[in-house]
Design a protein around this ligand. Structure first.
Ligand SMILES: CC(=O)N[C@H]1[C@@H](OP(=O)(O)OP(=O)(O)OC[C@H]2O[C@@H](n3ccc(=O)[nH]c3=O)[C@H](O)[C@@H]2O)O[C@H](CO)[C@@H](O)[C@@H]1O
Ligand SMILES: C=C(OP(=O)(O)O)C(=O)O
Length: 467
């Protein structure tokens, strides 16, 4: 297996119903008793052994450079969209992440042929072999639900496990379903699954009560093969929506307005193949910018689209960090600086991203003065607060607001990642803390940060993964 721990295995190497055995610190995704078609190929990743943890000796300023990978939140819907066509499609800059492994397993169960070559995926789906995304996958990753739009559009039917809530909120899917119903799908619920049927979807005008990223993507994917025009109003404007629309248009779809509040989609009869490079991960890049700030380092974060990071950059500058744009990326230089508290309110793009809230809270915990952080996107995204408090942070929660009173420094201890960005925040806190920090439940972190340990080590951090 390559060192990155990202590979396809054939069913021949796995006894039915048992985890696959691999060399190195790897635990295979359990295949349970899924039908053989779903067992053919799976990804395995580092970081899933029950007792694995990340250990950090804090206090080392980050320096040098770190390159951001392709965006998780762009590649997941794009991978779901490959179901819309026989292909072939080639995706470049695909990050080696647990979530990518999960969606690939879902696609393979549905008939996709996927070949991985370094950070490229070659995908073709000559014919769909099913129309179901089972609970075993959806419970591991909510974004599996994004196959619903493509399946409805191409197969006329979809059976998807209900995703349920997660650590950051209840996360209903009503807006996705409202969109499918408006396009003419007949939707039924039963036994933990949603089923939808449509002979051919019909274009419609759909107003989203909230600019949901997932609903915008799912409806857009369903509408590309619908009969006539679909208009999505109050659509999400995130860069990942634009990347998905660009990918779909390169397959032959006719989408206009992605990245604005109104998206117009003229349905076509079929789509072809294309090669597409995934945009850089703005949240991963933002996490490293904050890592440099919290350690008072001097770091160049490469492979960024500066425009996508505007709210993050603005808040870092407001806190007193030095940021400059260079040919290869964004430099943050905080050597010898005292940073001050700032107020933050998470909002849909182009507002401050909820996926950066926890990391900023870690930074503001050690900034001078008081910061008010208001989380408006998810109702329960403060699970990191108690863990940060265990490291010495002074934070009070009042409803959807956290009041952070900056302290002179944090102290390392054992802490637990409760979700992906909570885990990232604890890593950042550990990089700045005095002494040793142990972060457990690191499978959450592996969902969204490619080669986190290696990247941070190369920038001077004393960090390692241990069992
Ligand atoms: C894989 C992916 O891209 N994940 C991102 C995506 O998640 P996701 O697409 O799930 O986020 P949404 O934008 O849909 O959710 C935003 C809010 O809308 C609510 N809602 C959503 C759908 C719905 O049908 N009904 C409803 O009420 C959610 O509960 C939440 O409170 O956008 C979020 C908001 O930027 C990010 O934090 C996630 O990292
Ligand atoms: C919340 C996130 O992802 P997901 O929507 O896949 O849970 C995230 O990336 O921070």
């Amino acid at each position: 297996m390559p060192d990155g721990g990202f590979c396809l295995f054939s069913a021949a190497r796995q006894a039915p119903g048992r985890p696959m055995v691999c060399s190195g610190p790897v635990l295979a995704i359990l295949m349970l008793d899924l039908p053989a078609c779903r067992r053919q190929n799976i990804y395995t990743l580092k970081g899933h052994m029950a007792m694995e943890k990340i250990v950090i000796q804090g206090g080392q300023p980050l320096c040098g450079s770190i390159k951001a990978s392709g965006a998780k939140n762009a590649v997941l819907p794009i991978l779901a969209a490959t179901l819309l066509t026989a292909g072939p499609t080639v995706l470049l800059d695909v990050p080696k992440l647990a979530d990518v492994g999960v969606i690939c397993a879902v696609l393979q169960g549905l008939g996709a042929h996927i070949e991985q070559r370094d950070d490229r995926l070659h995908i073709s789906v000559p014919r769909l072999a099913g129309s179901e995304a089972p609970y075993e996958y959806v419970r591991q990753m909510r974004a599996s639900f994004l196959v619903m739009g493509p399946l409805l559009a191409r197969a006329g039917r979809a059976r998807i496990s209900l995703p349920g809530g997660c650590a950051i909120g209840t996360r209903p899917i009503d807006l996705h379903l409202k969109g499918f119903a408006a396009l003419g799908a007949d939707i039924r619920y039963g036994a933990g699954y949603i089923e939808a049927f449509a002979r051919r979807l019909k274009g419609a005008r759909i107003y989203l009560d909230f600019p949901s990223v997932g609903a915008t993507e799912n409806i857009m994917m369903a509408a590309v093969l619908a009969d006539g025009q679909t208009i999505i109003e109050n659509a999400a404007e995130e860069p990942e929506i634009v990347d998905l629309a660009n990918f779909l248009n390169s397959l032959g779809a006719r989408i206009k307005g992605a990245g604005t509040k109104v998206i117009r989609i003229d349905g076509v009869d079929s789509l072809g193949g294309a090669t597409h490079a995934v945009i850089p991960d703005r949240i991963e890049a933002g996490t490293y910018l904050v890592a440099a700030a919290i350690t008072r380092g001097n770091l160049l974060v490469e492979n960024v689209i500066t425009d996508h990071l505007k709210p993050v950059v603005a808040k870092l500058i407001e806190a007193g960090a030095n940021l400059s744009e260079e040919e290869n990326g964004l430099r943050v230089d905080c050597r010898g600086l005292t940073l001050k508290g700032v107020d933050i309110k998470t909002l849909p793009y182009p507002g401050f991203p909820t996926d950066m809230q926890a990391q900023f809270m870690a930074l503001l915990s050690v900034a001078e003065g008081t910061s008010i952080i208001t989380e408006t996107v998810f109702e329960n995204r403060f699970m990191h607060v108690n863990e940060l408090k265990r490291m010495g942070a002074k934070i009070k929660i009042e409803g959807r607001t956290a009041v952070v009173q900056g302290v002179a420094g944090l102290t390392g201890t054992a802490v637990k990642a409760t979700d992906l960005r909570a885990g990232a925040a604890l890593i950042l806190a550990g990089l700045a803390a005095a002494g040793e920090t142990w972060v457990t439940n690191i499978h959450h972190i592996d969902r969204g940060y490619e080669n986190l340990i290696e990247k941070l080590q190369a920038a001077g951090a004393r960090i390692k993964r241990m069992t």
